[in-house]
Design a protein around this ligand. Structure first.
Ligand SMILES: [Zn+2]
Length: 418
């Protein structure tokens, strides 16, 4: 972390409906189009007219340019010079700026392709010149988090204004991708659990923000912390737990990706019977067609119809573990096939004794049904080499001090209540 980066803290606590803490300047967000539209739509400086327009849905770029005052022959010439641009791939809503002289014609066309990218086409005496412009995003570091009331996404969304809603969801998914070897986020989280994330925040020239790299996080589930931090081993960068063991492990904790089922939380009741019942496995409510993933590397020992389970897959893993996936809509592997961790093996369905799409999932150890949470409790990744532990410990101390807000803040403090 460079010292020029600011540490800003934005933590929320939805659970008790309290206001969040926010240190630092609030970032105002304005979509690119509104920034352009905010100025006069036609400004007259001497004879030049600067016309601003956006491409409409289904409209050809040339038609939009014409509306912005560019003659068709000029548009064709200008676009021939635009090698960095595929005119067919310019999206609806893309703002266009054209500088047009009523007598001599168009002098310049700017296509604002993204917040941070524009293509400027300028007419010289003999030809059109293309210039691709990228605007730098600035990066600082923020802490976001909160208390879980319904979902992880919700907990992050409960934080103060570090990120807009959609970006918070993105951040929750990115976090889930790191934690999915340790926590079944769709089932293990309970009301009152909490999350804190130290993450880079990238700010566009127009004020839009998006999450960057996750530096560290602490998820507290049932009072127990699951810590993770990003560590550079020299040859590669990856995530480790607080004890210096790789987050990546031999098994995922859930057969469905969190981003596919994040709307479903803690299914306590059986999706079919509507009651809580003793049950030799776990049911994941999910839409028909949701991809089902192999929990770990292994070999398919059964793939086909199995009575009430409907279309079923069974995979044998190392150490006598067998995983079973039932009620599938489709099976995409064959008996005998080798599968790797997280590989898509089929799709959620409602075959067999099932009346609504869901995945029935079981873990058997030595032929006996086990609660996956118990069976996988001690499955972790490889520990760091002894030679790296000192560097890791020192990074961990610094990074978690920032996560916990113990580091100094160089931004202006603006404290709300918590
Ligand atoms: Zn079931």
């Amino acid at each position: 972390m460079t010292s020029s980066r600011k540490l800003l803290v934005a933590a929320g606590c939805l659970g008790i409906g309290a206001a969040a803490i926010a240190l630092g300047r609030p970032v105002k967000e304005r979509p690119a189009a509104s920034v352009l539209a905010a100025g006069p739509r036609v400004s007259v400086a001497s004879r030049w007219r600067t016309n601003v327009d956006t491409i409409r849905r289904g409209e050809l770029l040339t038609a939009a340019l014409e509306r912005a005052g560019v003659a068709p022959s000029e548009a064709a010439e200008a676009l021939r010079a635009a090698s960095a641009l595929d005119p067919r791939k310019v999206r609806a809503g893309t703002p266009i700026t054209a500088r047009v002289d009523p007598d001599s014609g168009t002098a310049e066309i700017v296509l604002h392709l993204a917040i941070d990218r524009a293509i400027r086409l300028t007419r010289s005496a003999t030809s059109w010149i293309e210039k691709e412009e990228t605007l730098p995003w600035s990066t600082d570091t923020v802490v976001v988090g909160g208390v879980v009331t319904s979902t992880l996404t919700g907990a992050i969304a409960g934080g103060a204004g570090a990120f807009p809603q959609r970006q918070r969801t993105e951040l929750a998914y990115a976090l889930a991708d790191i934690l999915e070897y340790r926590v079944d986020l769709s089932r293990d989280l309970q009301k009152g659990d909490s999350i804190r994330v130290l993450v880079e925040r990238q700010t566009a020239p127009n004020g839009l923000v998006r999450p960057g790299t996750i530096i560290a996080a602490r998820l507290t589930v049932d009072g127990k912390p699951v810590e993770t931090l990003r560590f550079n081993q020299g040859t590669r960068v990856s995530y480790f737990d607080g004890e210096g063991k790789a987050m990546r492990a031999a098994f995922l904790r859930a057969p469905l990706a969190f981003r596919r089922i994040s709307s479903v939380f803690g299914l306590r009741r059986h999706p079919i019977l509507g009651t809580v019942r003793r049950h030799q496995g776990m049911d994941y409510a999910a839409a028909r067609g949701t991809p089902v993933r192999a929990l770990g590397n292994g070999r398919v020992i059964f793939a086909g119809w199995r009575g009430g389970y409907g279309k079923t897959i069974e995979i044998r893993h190392a150490n006598g573990f067998v995983t079973r996936y039932g009620h599938l809509d489709a099976i995409s592997i064959r008996t005998g096939a080798a599968v790797s961790i997280a590989q898509t093996i089929g799709k959620v369905g409602s075959t067999g004794l099932s009346t609504a799409p869901h995945l029935h999932f079981e873990v058997l150890v030595g032929g006996v049904h086990r609660d996956p949470r118990v069976a996988l409790r001690n499955v972790t990744g490889e520990p760091l080499a002894a030679s790296q532990r000192e560097a890791f410990a020192s990074l961990k101390q610094r990074v978690f001090a920032m996560l916990d807000g113990a580091a100094g803040h160089d931004g202006p403090a603006r404290l709300g209540g918590d």
